[in-house]
Write a protein that binds this ligand. Structure first.
Ligand SMILES: C[S@@+](CC[C@H](N)C(=O)[O-])C[C@H]1O[C@@H](n2cnc3c(N)ncnc32)[C@H](O)[C@@H]1O
Length: 323
C-alpha cells in the first residue's frame, strides 16, 4: 500500500462516519454547533483526520505525504494505520489517537485523563498576558485551577518568563485528577519549565492556599480557570467524541456553574486574600452563561469589576473579574 493509497482508503473509511473536524469543533464551545444532535451529520473532516493519522504513523509532517505519495508503507506501518483509522471511525478524537495537541503554538501531550485543549482557550492565555502587562506589579502569582494537560499554565509560564524578567513570578497549578496532573507535569518538563511551576493535586485552590500565604505581601494574584462548565443534561446529550473525554473535565453540575461557585466560595472564605494588592480571576465560560456568571460573582464579591471578552467567533468566552 502506498501513501496515496493509504490516504484514499482512510478517507473512504471515515467518510460518512460523522467524525468531527480535527480542529474547530469545540465540545466546550458553541453549544449550537458542538452538541445538540450534530452527531450523525456533523461537519466531517475525513481527509484531514486520515492525513494527521498517517503522518503520525510515519512520523513525518503532514505536508510530506503529498511529496512522496508513491512511497510504499512497511507492513507494520500499514497495519498500525488501519488500526488507528478504525479507532477514529469509532469517534475517538484524533488527539487521543496521536497523543498530541497543539495549543498556543506549543505541542502538548494528551491522554484520556486530560481534556483536549481547545482553540478558544488560547484566548484565556491572551487575556491573562494582557492583564499582566496592564498592571505594573513587581511580584505576581499565577494560579491555574483545573490545569488538565497544563496547557494554560505552561504557555503562561513560558511567555511570562521571557517577557517579564524584572518581575518576581510564581506559578502554581492544581488538578483533581492524579493522572491528568502527571501529564501536566510531563508537559512542563517537555517545555523545560518543570522547576518553574508548582503542581498540586486537590480541590480547586485548596492545595496551594498555604503556598500563596507565604508569598510577598502586596503581590498580585492572577487566577486562570477553565473549569467544567457544561450543565449535566447537556453533557449527557453531547456527541460521542466528547464522551471519550473525562466527565470530570466537562460536567459542571446542574447549571454548569458548580465549580465556579465553589471557587468563589473558597476565595471569599480565604483570609489570605487580604494580603494581595489585587486579585483577578480569568474564567472561560459558555457564551450562554454570561448572566448567570455575572450574578454568581456579584453574589460573592459585590464590588468586583467584571468584563467579558469575545472569542474569534464573536462569542462571549472569557470573564475577567477583578475582586
Ligand atoms: C475543562 S477542563 C480544563 C483543562 C485545561 N485547563 C484546559 O484548559 O484544557 C477542567 C479540568 O478541571 C479539573 N477539575 C475538575 N474538578 C476539579 C476540582 N474540584 N479541583 C481541581 N480540578 C478540577 C478536571 O479534571 C479538568 O482537568
Amino acid at each position: 500500500m502506498t501513501i496515496g493509497e493509504a490516504l484514499k482508503w482512510g478517507i473512504k473509511k471515515l467518510t460518512g462516519s460523522g467524525v468531527d473536524p480535527v480542529r474547530g469543533r469545540s465540545p466546550q464551545g458553541d453549544r449550537s454547533t458542538a452538541f445538540g444532535g450534530a452527531a450523525s451529520n456533523g461537519v466531517d473532516s475525513p481527509a484531514l483526520d486520515a492525513e494527521v493519522i498517517l503522518a503520525h504513523v510515519l512520523g513525518v509532517p503532514r505536508a510530506e505525504l503529498y511529496i512522496h505519495p508513491l512511497t510504499t508503507l512497511l507492513p507494520a506501518e500499514a497495519a498500525t494505520y488501519k488500526i488507528l483509522i478504525k479507532r477514529r471511525f469509532k469517534r475517538e478524537p484524533v488527539a487521543y489517537i496521536t497523543g498530541h495537541k497543539e495549543f498556543y503554538g506549543m505541542d502538548f501531550i494528551v491522554d484520556k485523563s486530560t481534556l483536549i485543549p481547545r482553540p478558544e482557550t488560547e484566548m484565556l492565555v491572551e487575556e491573562a498576558l494582557k492583564a499582566v502587562k496592564a498592571r505594573n506589579t513587581k511580584t505576581l502569582c499565577v494560579v491555574d485551577v483545573g490545569t488538565g494537560s497544563g496547557c494554560i499554565i505552561v504557555s503562561l509560564t513560558k511567555i511570562l518568563n521571557q517577557i517579564s524578567r524584572h518581575k518576581t513570578l510564581h506559578f502554581f497549578a492544581t488538578e483533581i485528577s492524579p493522572q491528568a496532573l502527571k501529564i501536566a507535569k510531563l508537559n512542563a518538563k517537555r517545555h523545560s519549565l518543570a522547576d518553574k511551576i508548582v503542581f498540586r493535586k486537590g480541590y480547586l485552590l485548596k492545595p496551594i492556599l498555604s503556598n500563596l500565604e507565604k508569598t510577598v505581601p502586596q503581590s498580585r494574584l492572577l487566577i486562570t480557570a477553565n473549569l467544567p462548565y457544561l450543565p449535566t443534561a447537556e453533557w449527557r446529550r453531547a456527541m460521542e467524541d466528547v464522551h471519550y473525554e473525562p466527565r470530570q473535565a466537562l460536567d459542571g453540575g446542574k447549571d454548569g456553574l458548580e465549580y465556579y461557585r465553589h471557587l468563589f466560595e473558597q476565595l471569599k472564605s480565604w483570609r489570605g486574600i487580604k494580603k494581595f494588592a489585587n486579585v483577578a480571576v480569568l474564567a472561560e465560560i459558555d457564551p450562554h452563561q454570561v448572566n448567570e456568571f455575572t450574578t454568581l460573582i456579584k453574589s460573592f464579591f459585590s464590588r468586583a469589576s467584571l468584563s467579558i471578552k469575545k472569542d474569534l467567533a464573536s462569542l462571549d468566552r472569557v470573564a475577567i473579574a477583578v475582586l
